[in-house]
Design a binder for this molecule. Structure first.
Ligand code: AMP
Length: 410
């Protein structure tokens, strides 16, 4: 079965085509600048040069049509016909309290995703455009949606409620939802496989450290607490997001700087974090480079960033009364041995013993970077959210087909 995985943004659309027999991505690509001049389609197939096509792509329906044309292209394509795509899986950022697992798309599901627009005004409407665009181009192909928030629906109220009047939760569902759920879910499964133990017996702390960053306490396979909140702004310091701060900073800044609420919101989401403290960049590679060149602000940004990850790890060890393993993943977590060292070398109280030689090794495979006698293992596990979306889609479609009595060959 071939499954097309789509991550639709407001002006972009990323795709990966998976062959589920081998669970490999046979083609990947993205469409950028949808609705602007000179839209760009970039398409990649293993062992072949990247293809770039510039054209006018006015909407998501045209973007999906262009992707399908590319996938079946005589020279650059990987499929003979678009009927070789048996299902489509979408990433959807916010599933609110309505979705605690992935589901097949139907009228009710679409209505519910629309109802959640308020909670994710930048993301969910774009995902809906992606779903509608696939419906127009591939009307008979089943679609599934996989939510960033679903994995965290297992959190207890002690983790997800804010200590504010409960009427706000009852009326408006103001609470912690958490994000990056697909990634935390995927790497925890991989970590359990690597450790050779059932996930249900493990206490894990997963650190998804990329452009956006979040930590999750995973107790016996279920999300128990996570650092992002009602929106992805809460928690760790990030590339351009502030992470945790005293909410009183917002009205105070509005008064002192004569800013609007929207301006403060934009400041906290787009002009804070690493970029604000370092004055250099939101990219950890450039922060480390500037720090090595003696830039004090870059060093302060790095120290704040790693200190906050360590604080969350400490908090989650307390929350779960222990931890078997700490897992680093995503762009920074997978690639920056400097960051992992800075976080782990002050966790010795908990029995974390980093092996510096192992920490320096780069590999696309899960690996342990602590010594054999370390009381808590630290692992680096490359994330693969698209594969998990493809797997969930495959499982849902297969279950439906089996339910209909259709014979499948896998
Ligand atoms: P992601 O959001 O997971 O795609 O992560 C993207 C981020 O990973 C980039 O903005 C970089 O800051 C970071 N990154 C990628 N490679 C490295 C590296 N070798 N060292 C430090 N940070 C890196």
């Amino acid at each position: 079965m071939n499954i097309l995985v789509i991550n639709a943004g407001s002006s972009s659309l990323k795709y990966q085509l998976y062959d589920m027999k081998t669970e490999t991505a046979i083609a990947t690509g993205r469409v950028e600048r949808i609705g602007m001049d000179s839209s760009i389609l970039t398409h990649e197939v293993a062992h072949q040069p990247e293809v770039r096509e510039v054209s006018e792509i006015l909407d998501h329906t045209t973007a999906v049509k262009k992707v399908l044309d590319m996938l079946t292209h005589r020279k650059f394509g990987v499929l003979r016909n678009i009927s070789d795509i048996q299902a489509v899986g979408h990433r959807v950022v916010h599933g609110g309290e309505s979705f605690s697992e992935s589901v097949l798309v139907d009228a009710k599901v679409k209505l519910e995703i629309r109802r959640l627009f308020d909670l994710a005004p930048l993301h969910n409407p774009a995902h809906m455009m992606g779903i509608a665009a696939v419906e127009e181009n591939l009307p008979h192909v089943p679609q599934a949606v996989v939510f960033d928030t679903a994995f965290h629906q297992s959190m207890p109220p002690t983790s997800y409620l804010y200590a504010i009047p409960t009427v706000l939760y009852r009326k408006h569902k103001i609470r912690r939802y958490g994000f990056h759920g697909t990634s935390h879910d995927y790497v925890s499964q991989r970590a359990a496989e690597y450790l050779g133990k059932p996930l249900e017996q493990l206490k894990l702390i997963t650190c998804h450290i990329g452009n956006g960053a979040s930590c999750t306490a995973i107790l016996h396979g279920k999300s128990f607490d996570t650092s992002m909140g009602m929106t992805p702004l809460e928690g760790l310091m990030m590339g351009t997001r502030s992470g945790d701060l005293d909410p009183a900073v917002v009205p105070y800044t509005i008064n002192k700087e004569e800013l609007t609420l929207n301006e403060v919101n934009s400041m906290l989401n787009k002009h804070s974090g690493l970029i604000a403290i370092s004055g250099v960049s939101s990219d950890m590679r450039e922060i480390v480079e500037a720090m090595n060149d003696g830039n004090d602000n870059a060093k302060l940004a790095f120290d704040m960033y790693t200190y906050r990850i360590r604080k969350y790890i400490g908090a989650y060890i307390a929350a779960m009364d222990g931890a078997d393993a700490i897992i680093f993943t995503a762009g920074v977590g997978e690639n920056s041995d400097v960051l992992r060292k800075a976080v782990c070398e002050r966790l010795t109280f908990f029995g974390v013993q980093l092996d510096e030689a192992k920490n320096a090794i780069r590999s696309p495979e899960p690996r342990k970077i602590t010594t054999d006698d370390s009381a808590v293992s630290v692992l680096v596990v490359p994330t693969n959210e698209e594969l998990l979306i493809a797997r969930d889609t495959y499982r849902l479609v297969l279950t439906k087909l089996v339910g209909q009595g259709v014979e499948t060959e896998g």
